[in-house]
Design a protein around this ligand. Structure first.
Ligand code: SF4
Length: 511
């Protein structure tokens, strides 16, 4: 869609002899996906939404030539019905705080000069010239940054373990194997701000003493792959990757490795196996990758969003980052908003924002006058949050307490029309399909669990089956080898916890 519009507007500009007067810049995602493709016309800063190739003519003839806005393409707030001219003035952005997404939608991701114009690579310069490895670890500790890929492990701890491991060869890995249904946070960062990830990986390399990084990215993200390739080449050409960075004697380079779409390769040890050229199956832990990772060497594995925060933390200061969020969950988190919600898209909120604020104020509420019923966070590893927890501040610990988890940031909204047993079944089907089969509790247990769920949805189950299902969930959680199996029962357990009546309504034996 955007490609067609860009071609059209370039054609119109050429027809009007304006090619050298108007610069057409392609950016990454603005976040407000429901209204895309979006065009912002500068210097006014006015934005048009849901543009089509045929709209290019009007934008050129009316706005660019006559200076008059194209009324029918202006955005009307769906609640107040009033026109909102500036993208950042839409209610969608009011409660957001863009850190990881900062440059997405602002720069041309294929031009390193754009990134540098917004302080790009200054954090790396500062680190390699002014800071010791211990300084960087201290900064990360003060910032409170926790891994954004799911587990929420403190980033400084992971980096300090790898730094403390003695070896001539260490590695820095970016996990960009985003696979949760409905999640597209990492993809947007890579497509919109790829240099931030490269810069952060170089900072990590300096900190732990590594000279080689790998980005493990899904082959199904061709634009992200292409933009990363361009970014790596541009950074190498300017000496920001490669030998003797900033003349300090620090060497660090990055290569891409493409994942073939197996969900389990998002598990860090399976990812390492895959990079080493083997079938992507998890390894038992310990040893942890920080001690014995890629090719048996100390390795850190962080996800895209975690890295994207690092340059800003270095430049703005760890106290700035720690000033956002809750006591134990600092900073911001990116969520992919999907399901029954007006503003589907990508949002970044300070941790501690309530689910109600995300759904109602940012997401614009549930469409068609229907009632919010629940939201699933954490994808197939997470759980649902019912309306009684609508006002819970979203952070790592609160979500675990109510039976869900942060995960990588998928947030799917359900309305009153959704059957929660079907929702649990949907996520479990996904896990069964993606189990690597290495260990029995996950390989066999999730299949048996799915069979019981099938029985329930077909109206053939008894109350005893519900008891069996809970017992099986505990067994799978407690005995599976990796996070995929250990969290697979979560959607079933959380829907059972909050919507047991819906399960009971399906069973034949109500005693
Ligand atoms: Fe494979 Fe599942 Fe076992 Fe993980 S828990 S190793 S995905 S079978």
């Amino acid at each position: 869609k955007s490609d067609d519009f860009v071609a059209s507007i370039k054609e119109e500009l050429a027809k009007n002899d304006m090619t050298d007067k108007v610069n057409v810049v392609r950016t990454g995602c603005f976040g407000l996906c429901a209204q895309g493709p979006i065009v912002i016309v500068y210097p006014d800063g006015v934005f048009y939404h849901q543009v089509k190739p045929k709209d290019a003519k009007k934008i050129v003839s009316q706005h660019l030539i006559k200076g008059e806005y194209v009324e029918k393409l202006l955005y009307h707030d769906h609640k107040t019905k009033e026109v909102v001219n500036k993208l950042m003035d839409t209610p969608f952005y009011h409660k957001q705080k863009r850190v990881a997404l900062d440059n997405c939608g602002r720069i041309d991701p294929e031009k390193i000069s754009d990134y540098i114009a917004f302080d790009g690579y200054q954090a790396l310069a500062k680190v390699v010239n002014d800071y010791s490895a211990d300084d960087v670890i201290k900064i990360l500790e003060t910032s409170g940054l926790r891994g954004r890929g799911g587990g929420g492990f403190p980033t400084f701890r992971k980096w300090s373990f790898a730094k403390a491991s003695v070896s001539d060869q260490k590695y820095v890995i970016c996990n960009a194997d985003e696979g949760d249904p409905g999640a597209f946070m990492d993809r947007s960062v890579l497509e919109g701000n790829p240099h931030a990830v490269l810069e952060a990986m170089a900072i990590a390399g300096y900190t732990i003493g590594a000279n080689q990084g790998y980005i493990y990215v899904r082959a199904e993200y061709p634009t992200a792959v292409e933009r990363l390739e361009i970014a790596i080449e541009q950074a190498r050409a300017l000496g920001l990757l490669g030998k003797d960075i900033f003349g300090t004697g620090f060497d660090f380079d990055i290569d891409l490795r493409l994942g073939a779409g197996a969900f389990v390769c998002g598990e860090e040890t399976a990812l390492l196996e895959s990079i080493e050229g083997r079938r992507g199956e998890p390894r038992p832990k310990p040893p942890f990758p920080a001690v014995k990772g890629l090719f048996g060497q100390p390795t850190i594995v962080n996800n895209v969003e975690t890295y994207a925060n690092v340059p800003k933390i270095i430049l703005e200061g760890p106290e700035w980052f720690a000033s956002m969020g809750t006591e134990k969950s600092k900073g911001t988190k990116v969520f992919a908003l999907g399901g029954k919600i007006e503003n589907t898209g990508l949002v970044e909120i300070p941790l501690g924002t309530t689910l109600r604020e995300i759904v109602e104020d940012i997401g614009g509420g549930v469409p068609d006058g229907k009632q919010f019923k629940a939201a699933q966070t954490g994808g197939p590893s997470g759980g649902c949050i019912p309306i009684e927890h609508y006002d819970i501040p979203i952070d790592y610990d609160n979500l675990i307490e109510i039976g869900s988890m942060m995960g990588s940031g998928g947030l799917i909204v359900m309305d009153e029309g959704n059957c929660m047993v079907d929702i649990a079944k949907f996520f479990l089907e996904f896990t069964v399909e993606e189990s690597c089969g290495k260990c029995v509790p996950c390989r066999i247990g999730t299949k048996r669990l799915l069979e019981i769920l099938d029985k329930i949805t077909m109206g053939k189950a008894t109350l005893e089956d519900l008891d069996k299902m809970e017992e099986l969930c505990d067994h799978i959680k407690g005995n599976s080898l990796c996070g995929l199996g250990q969290t697979a029962p979560n959607p079933v357990l959380s829907t059972l916890r909050y919507f047991r009546d819906e399960y009971v309504a399906h069973v034949v034996d109500k005693r």
